[in-house]
Ligand binder design. Structure first.
Ligand code: ZN
Length: 330
């Protein structure tokens, strides 16, 4: 695909176009960003543009023999390296050497999850980068670039992918997936500006049922007086969910909708409007909702960054939520 076919990343697109047209693209380009931010799509578009015989300001022409071979997944000068198991191993870098030193056309090697290279693989790559053969370009993709050797980092032209706007994600979803406008808008809100994550959600067959279940739990938690036994039982059920993260994200989104409604009476709630249509005395105040959102977000953070006991953490989150909710007026 050409740069124009990809959404957002206007600065990156401009920078790559200028470097390509002036022949100043480095032997090593590093694209960083969180999972789902579009690193692979941009890496592939850049690789195709480097190899293209007729590339222009928007990258590859998509028509020439090179582009056609690339799109068929069968380009002799394109090499893709991805982790073999947990790591990229030295043999994978060594195996490149027999091809990349052949004199001839431009060659591109795209390395996915470059931070997963072992120290030996990194040293082997560094040796190539120190004296790269003419026409060879590496494109490294990394979520955590700090884990790369400093000596590799210093040889790369590095770019960080930026989150897309809600409108860009919506338009992407509508162009590649058969969704109605409301669902595209909901997924765009949840995606946090990450196009890959938005597509993954659109392809997730469990999404609609998860949405329903998160809505139902949020409704129970905020509108019914839950006994300690019920709260602990919710925590036990939640801790068993394989899709705990996306589930908690939906729970959080639910509470955010409620908060937005409380603060500005914004009617565009996506689900379960009955949560906020109770009489005024029973409406949860904005401060309590803010605290609940913070509780859910810190649980998501702890679960993703530590080896905490899921069930205990969820019990704590739900108990604190109930404690705050019971203090609401009425
Ligand atoms: Zn082409």
């Amino acid at each position: 695909m050409s740069f124009n076919h990809l959404k957002g990343q206007h600065e990156l697109s401009h920078a790559l176009s200028v470097l390509l047209s002036e022949g100043r693209l480095s032997h090593a380009v590093l694209l960083t960003g969180p999972a789902g931010s579009g690193k692979t799509s941009w890496g592939m578009a850049l690789a195709m543009a480097v190899l293209c015989n007729e590339s222009g300001s928007s990258g590859a022409c998509l028509q020439c023999a090179s582009c056609r071979r690339f799109q068929s997944g069968n380009h002799p000068d394109f090499f893709l390296i991805a982790p073999d198991g947990r790591n990229i191993k030295i043999d994978q870098i060594r195996s490149l050497k027999k091809d990349i030193y052949l004199v001839g056309d431009n060659k591109v090697c795209l390395i996915e999850k470059a931070e997963s290279m072992t120290a030996e693989a990194s040293s082997s790559l560094l040796k190539i980068l120190e004296e790269p053969p003419a026409g060879l370009h590496f494109i490294l993709l990394a979520e955590h670039p700090r884990l790369l050797f400093d000596t590799i980092l210093s040889r790369c032209q590095a770019y960080t992918l930026q989150p897309l706007s809600m409108e860009e994600i919506e338009s992407l979803l509508l162009s590649v997936k058969n969704l109605d406008g409301d669902k595209a808008s909901l997924l765009a809100r949840i995606s946090g500006g990450l196009p890959g994550y938005a597509i993954e959600l659109a392809e997730d067959e469990q999404f609609d049922s998860r949405l329903e279940e998160a809505g139902s739990l949020a409704f129970k938690l905020v509108s019914e007086n839950q006994s300690a036994y019920e709260v602990l039982s919710h925590a036990a059920t939640l801790s068993e969910r394989e899709d705990l993260f996306p589930f908690l994200e939906l729970l959080c989104l639910y509470c955010r909708d409620c908060l937005i409604y409380n603060l500005c009476k914004e009617e565009k709630l996506l689900f379960h409007p009955e949560m906020v249509q109770q009489d005024n005395e029973k409406q949860i105040n904005a401060q309590v909702l803010e605290e609940i959102i913070v509780l859910i977000n810190s649980a998501i953070y702890e679960l993703s960054s530590t080896n905490v006991n899921r069930r205990l953490l969820l019990e704590k989150m739900l108990i604190l939520m109930q404690r705050r909710l019971k203090q609401w007026p009425g």
